[in-house]
Design a protein around this ligand. Structure first.
Ligand SMILES: NC(=O)c1ccc[n+]([C@@H]2O[C@H](COP(=O)([O-])OP(=O)(O)OC[C@H]3O[C@@H](n4cnc5c(N)ncnc54)[C@H](O)[C@@H]3O)[C@@H](O)[C@H]2O)c1
Length: 421
C-alpha cells in the first residue's frame, strides 16, 4: 500500500508489472538480481538472495494506495513522464485498474500542493480510523495475507518532536484534538501500526521516528524503516566519501547542487519542505568523515546542498558536486562529479526491495527499527543513543550479514582465514 501515487510509486508499480510480463529487467534491485556469498570463499556458494530468502514473489504482489489526485495509475504514470508511453501501453489495463483511495492531507504540511481527493473527518483520529478501514477493505477485497505500507508521498515541512509524540497515550489524545504537531504522514503511520503492518518512510519528514509510534510498532510487532530513499547525489556521496576518508584525504569543501523538474522538485521549492530534505542530505558527511576523530582533515568542512526547481528537466535530474580536497603536505586538489540520473528509476528498485524485506522481517518476528535496511536511506533510522551508519559498503555488509543470520549461516568477517582453518 503506497501513500502517494506519484512518480516513484507509479514507476515502481509499472516496473514490477513489466518485469512480471518479462518485458523488462529489475535492474537495481538487490532482492531480484543480487547474490550473497555463503560460507568460506573456497566453498563457492553464492546463491541469488531471492533463492536464499523466503521473499514474496513479484507475481503475488497487489498494489493499492492513496493520493490527493484521483488519477488512476496509468494517468499518474503518464503525468509523471518517467516511463516511455510504449512501455506503459503494454500494461495499461492493469495500471488503469489502480485508483487512489482518498487521502489524509492538509496543506499546512505541504504548501505547494493541493488536490480534490481528500478525506473529511471531525478530527485526526477519525481520519486515522478511515485509513484503517481502507486497509482492512483492501486486504479483504483482494484476499491478501499480508500488507506493507510505504510512504512515497511528498516531503512535508520540517518538524521537531513535541510532547504529543512522547507516548502512545499523548499521541492518541493529540489525534483527537487534531494537534498541529501531527502531520498527515503520522496519521497513516499510526493507522498502519495499529493494523500491525510494516511501515517504511521514503521521504525525509518526521513520521514514524517518534517515541509514540516506535512504542506502537514494538507492541504490534511491526518492523519499520526509513527515512528518505538514498538515490542520486547522496548515493554517490556515500560511495565517494568513505573512499576518500579511507585514504585520509582531507576535504575542505563539498558543494552539491541539483536541477530537477518533477512534482517533487516543485514541492521542494518551498523552503519549509526543502529544509526537511536539506537536513537529510547534509547529515551524511558528518557521520562518515568523523570530524571529531579527524579534526585536521574534516573539522572545517564547508558542506552546501542546493536543489533548484527547473521544469524542463522533469524527472531527469542533473547533479553537480565540487569537492575541494587536501592531500600530502596540504596540497589542494579538486574532484567534480556530474550525475545525469533519473530520480524515479533509481528509487523504484528501492521501493521493491524495502517492501519485500519488510514483509520478510515481519514474518521473521522482527519489529521496530530495521537498521539493516539503512542501505536504502539517506537518514537511516537508528536506536536512540546510537549514531546512524551512512557508509554504503558498511550498510551492505550489515544487510547481507542480517540475511545470513536469519538463515542460520555463518556471518562473514572478511578475516580471510579460509586456508588456515
Ligand atoms: N529519487 C527519488 O525520487 C526520491 C529520493 C528520495 C526521496 N524521495 C521522496 O519520495 C517522495 C515521492 O517522490 P516522487 O518523485 O514520487 O514525488 P511526486 O510528487 O511525483 O509524488 C508524490 C505524490 O504524493 C502525493 N501526496 C502528497 N501528500 C499526500 C498525502 N498526504 N496523502 C496521499 N498522497 C499524498 C502527491 O499528490 C503526489 O502524487 C517525495 O517525498 C520525495 O522527496 C524521492
Amino acid at each position: 500500500m503506497l501513500v502517494g501515487l506519484g512518480a516513484v510509486s507509479t514507476t515502481f508499480i509499472a516496473g514490477v508489472m513489466a518485469v512480471r510480463k518479462g518485458i523488462a529487467r529489475p535492474i537495481g534491485s538487490l532482492t531480484q538480481m543480487g547474490t550473497i556469498r555463503l560460507g568460506k570463499r573456497t566453498d563457492g556458494r553464492t546463491p541469488l538472495i531471492k533463492d536464499l530468502m523466503p521473499l514474496a514473489s513479484l507475481d503475488d504482489i497487489v498494489f493499492g494506495g492513496w493520493d490527493i489526485f484521483d488519477d488512476n495509475c496509468y494517468k499518474a504514470a503518464t503525468t509523471a513522464g518517467v516511463l516511455e508511453p510504449s512501455l506503459l501501453a503494454q500494461i495499461k489495463p492493469e495500471l488503469e485498474a489502480i485508483k487512489p483511495m482518498s487521502a489524509v492531507f492538509d496543506r499546512h504540511y505541504v504548501k505547494r500542493l493541493d488536490g480534490p481527493n481528500v478525506k473529511k473527518g471531525a478530527n485526526k483520529m477519525e481520519l486515522a480510523e478511515q485509513v484503517r478501514a481502507d486497509i482492512r477493505r483492501f486486504k479483504q477485497e483482494n484476499a491478501l495475507d499480508r500488507l506493507v505500507m510505504i510512504w512515497c508521498g511528498s516531503t512535508e515541512i520540517f518538524m521537531v518532536e513535541t510532547e504529543a509524540h512522547q507516548s502512545i497515550e499523548a499521541f492518541e489524545k493529540a489525534l483527537h484534538r487534531s494537534d498541529v504537531s501531527i502531520p498527515s504522514s503520522m496519521v497513516y503511520a499510526y493507522a498502519a501500526l495499529k493494523e500491525g503492518i510494516p511501515y517504511a518512510n521514503g521521504a525525509p519528514n518526521l513520521t514514524v521516528d517518534i517515541p509514540a509510534l516506535m512504542e506502537l510498532a514494538q507492541q504490534n510487532g511491526s518492523p519499520v524503516t526509513g527515512k528518505d530513499f538514498k538515490t542520486g547525489q547522496t548515493l554517490i556521496k556515500t560511495v565517494i566519501a568513505p573512499g576518500l576518508k579511507a585514504r585520509l584525504i582531507g576535504i575542505k569543501g563539498w558543494y552539491s547542487t541539483n536541477i530537477l523538474g518533477n512534482r517533487d522538485g516543485e514541492v521542494l521549492d518551498d523552503p519549509e519542505s526543502f529544509k526537511t530534505k536539506e537536513e537529510s542530505k547534509k547529515s551524511v558527511l558528518d557521520y562518515i568523515l568523523q570530524p571529531d576523530l579527524y579534526p585536521e582533515l574534516y573539522k572545517d568542512l564547508c558542506h552546501v546542498v542546493r536543489i533548484n526547481y527547473y521544469p524542463p528537466r522533469g524527472d531527469n535530474k542533473e547533479g553537480w558536486d565540487n569537492i575541494d580536497l587536501v592531500g600530502w603536505l596540504g596540497y589542494p586538489m579538486q574532484l567534480k562529479i556530474n550525475f545525469l540520473c533519473r530520480d524515479s528509476i533509481l528509487a523504484a528498485p528501492i521501493v521493491l526491495d524495502v517492501v519485500l524485506f519488510l514483509d520478510m522481517a515481519a514474518r521473521a518476528g522482527l519489529s521496530g527499527i530495521q537498521e539493516w535496511l539503512s542501505f536504502y536511506f539517506k537518514s537511516p533510522m537508528h536506536a536512540r543513543g546510537l549514531y546512524p551508519e551512512h557508509d554504503l559498503f558498511i550498510q551492505m555488509m550489515k544487510l547481507k550479514n542480517t540475511l545470513r543470520f536469519l538463515r542460520g549461516e555463518e556471518l562473514i568477517t572478511h578475516l580471510g582465514h579460509e586456508y588456515y582453518d
